[in-house]
Design a protein around this ligand. Structure first.
Ligand code: FES
Length: 280
């Protein structure tokens, strides 16, 4: 069992938990994820790692309840435990394997949408620990949904925007990126976009126009997380890829977002869920 040390509501319907998982904490790197299961009947839920503490042996997860299992998960309190907490899964962010001196020459911008801020944070923190401070644009629907502001601003040059203008500025993350590049003279060698698929699609359309290579972190439905079931299949360029083992990060300019979103919709239906159970 994997004991929950801390559990709190970070923002409106966004929850944060610190979980004792020493083996995962020992080996994980930014960009990777875990699959958790609250109890025997619970679904397996893939969650990106928001933070890790190797010494304390803990992993921080951040999630927004959407299905039945994540709704049950939000009711867990400090002292409760997860039955399964499997990871680290997937490939680490490509920054982790780059030459640090080369990486220091790169101008990097992150665009995070909503709860996608959580997986962006460990990447910014890792870069910061290696002497690199990237720009980070965080877009949220409203002020209430801005998360990790203090943590993010400690490790990046942070730009916040809200869809309704209730905090800092009004507009999407793409508006800020366009403004930084076209009006404020910023230049970037790489963009990393993490958030809802539709948001990543629009970031990629913009970065294609601005000629900025872009990495996205794909979050399709996952079942086994080991490349066996095919649930997380994506088309990247002309190749079939599995987000759980080949990703979750991919070249955003090659991802077929329309197909990925169609598949995500399919799995939202009861039939899709039944199919997934069957495949399990
Ligand atoms: Fe990736 Fe099953 S979750 S192949």
């Amino acid at each position: 069992m994997y004991k929950i040390q801390e559990a709190e509501m970070l923002a409106n319907n966004i929850y944060r938990m610190v979980v004792e998982a020493p083996r995962v904490a020992q080996h994980c790197l930014p960009g990777q994820f875990v699959i958790v299961k609250a109890d025997e009947e619970g679904e397996r839920i893939p969650l990106t790692i928001c933070d890790y503490d190797r010494e304390a042996g803990t992993i921080t997860i951040v999630f927004m309840p959407i299905g039945e299992s994540t709704k049950k998960m939000k009711d867990l309190k400090a002292g409760d435990a997860f039955m399964d907490f499997v990871g680290p899964l997937g490939q680490p962010s490509e920054f982790c394997s780059e030459d640090i001196e080369e990486l220091k020459k790169k101008r990097i911008v992150f665009v995070a949408g909503g709860v996608g801020t959580a997986p962006v944070y460990p990447q910014l923190k890792w870069l910061h620990e290696h002497g690199i401070t990237a720009d980070a644009i965080v877009g949220a629907k409203t002020k209430d949904l801005v998360i990790l502001e203090k943590e993010m601003s400690a490790v990046s040059n942070l730009y916040i925007t809200t869809d309704d203008g209730s905090y800092v500025r009004k507009g999407m993350g793409t508006d800020v990126l366009r403004d930084l590049v076209q009006n404020q003279g910023k230049q970037y060698d790489v963009c990393v976009a993490i958030g809802p698929m539709i948001m990543m699609k629009f970031v990629c359309l913009l970065t294609k126009e601005l000629n900025i290579p872009t990495v996205v972190s794909m979050n399709p439905i996952m079942v086994d997380g080991t490349g066996m079931c095919g649930a997380c299949r994506l088309m990247v360029g002309n190749e079939v890829k599995f987000a759980c083992v080949d990703g979750p990060e991919f070249d955003g300019h090659l991802v077929d977002f329309d197909l990925a979103m169609k598949r995500q919709q399919m799995y939202k239906t009861e039939e899709g869920r039944a199919l997934l159970r069957y495949q399990e």
